[in-house]
Write a protein that binds this ligand. Structure first.
Ligand code: G1P
Length: 254
């Protein structure tokens, strides 16, 4: 099963990501999928057999949430045939995005906020400054080697101009304790940069390396977002997210 389809309480991770994007006003949703991930695109489609079977029963209300999502957006997808890194995956999505700024959600990073979602917080920064935006959070120094890490200047509380960034540094070499999490707003010039970005850490084409080129021109901001993030790619994060959503977010259907 694709990890993006793992359910947190009552819906798959990818749906939380899509709902966050919709709440930020993004209604053209593109999935970069790959072999064995067809369940993702099927999830955002009518399930005729299921609907037929439960229509008119007391379970019909369960369909409302996904129908609501379907009605608010268009869904497109393309497949990444080689696993060459996040930068390569984003470049693979270029035909879906065209020449416009766009958001990126890595749905195994599940973010829950009291007010605006993370992408909404970032979109507001984009609207004001018109450049790429990454989401960051402080992480313990020993964990920094799992992330892209920024070096920047705090312009206002929680908003940084990024001067440099490095993918998965050794903790002692990390330029700060601000780690990039799986949310990006990217300006479309990133595609030309990605086309010429050489493989970096782990031999993969890294979005961090491409963003560094924009950062050198003062074109990247970092948003230390307000909210919680769960790394659902790890078992402890997955369990923590499940407990948190069940206790604080999930509402029993009537
Ligand atoms: C990717 C990025 C990394 C970022 C992380 C956030 O790494 O390359 O810069 O900090 O996502 O989740 P991955 O987790 O795919 O190794």
């Amino acid at each position: 099963m694709p990890k993006e389809m793992l359910p947190i309480v009552n819906k798959p991770l990818v749906q939380y990501g899509v709902e966050e994007a919709l709440a930020a006003g993004m209604s053209n949703i593109g999935f970069v999928t790959g072999r064995g991930k067809r369940a993702i695109t099927d999830h955002f489609d009518i399930s005729y057999e299921l609907e037929h079977q439960i229509a008119g029963t007391n379970k019909e209300s369960y369909l409302q949430e996904i129908r609501g999502v379907l009605g608010q957006a268009t869904f497109m997808s393309t497949r990444q045939t080689e696993m060459k890194g996040l930068g390569h995956a984003i470049l693979t999505g270029e035909p879906l995005m065209g020449d416009e700024p766009f958001g990126v959600v890595l749905s195994d990073d599940l973010c829950i906020c009291d007010g605006d979602g993370v992408l909404t917080q970032m979109a507001k920064i984009y609207e004001k400054h018109g450049c790429s935006v990454v989401a960051v959070q402080q992480v313990p120094r020993q964990s920094l080697s799992a992330y892209g890490v920024i070096e920047g200047v705090e312009l206002s509380p929680g908003l940084y101009r990024v001067d440099s960034m490095v993918e998965k540094p050794d903790p002692q070499d990390a330029p700060s304790d601000l780690a990039i999490i799986g949310r990006y707003i990217l300006t479309p010039d990133i595609f030309d940069i990605l086309r010429t970005t050489a493989p970096g850490k782990s031999g993969e084409i890294q979005i961090t390396d491409a963003l560094l080129q924009q950062a050198k021109k003062g074109r990247v901001l970092a948003c230390q977002f307000k909210g919680r993030r769960f790394d659902c790619g790890s078992v402890p994060g997955f369990v923590e997210a499940t407990n948190f959503i069940y206790e604080h977010v999930y509402q029993t259907p009537e």
